[in-house]
Design a protein around this ligand. Sequence first.
Ligand SMILES: [Mg+2]
Ligand SMILES: [Zn+2]
Length: 194
Amino acid sequence: MDSRKDRNPGAAARKLVILDRDGVINADSDQFIKTPNEWVAIPGSLEAIGQLNQAGYRVVVASNQSGVGRGLFDMAALNAMHTKMHRAAAAVGGRIDAVFFCPHTAADNCDCRKPKPGMMQEIARRYEIDLTGVPVVGDSLRDLQAGAAVGAAPHLVLTGKGKKTQAEGNLPAGTRIHDSLSAFVLDYLAGEPS
Ligand SMILES: [Mg+2]
Ligand SMILES: [Zn+2]
């Protein structure tokens, strides 16, 4: 057993995709997504997660959920939303490996609320991988900034707040733009070395 190899897994072990949740996997709302009923998948997004899994990628979510810190919904409601998400994904052959979330508000000044890179660093620790070049897919600038801060590859989708984010510009260098998560997956897997 080569222990050094274990500590430095190769490209295969780095087959990870990090997704924002609201506006990427499910429809977003300015009123926040507060209940499982309000959690509605964007057409094709869960199937796209399944396609990533089929291609050998693990998919994780990194999501700001300040509605918890604002008292708009509690942890039980957040867990129930995620149970719905996992079940809906499983129903179409998709698997979300883990959900990382920040429950804080901006006023809490935590390290995990995007654009801070705390959740990215936690993912890197949990999976024992370097996130260099790992795709981070989001609809808001702060998603892309959190990814870029750790050397991940920023991908903007035009669902959710994506069109507004694109119009506002100032995107991190190298940001690639896709119509939706399903379009990202098609583009990304097509560009994968075989
Ligand atoms: Mg979002
Ligand atoms: Zn936080």
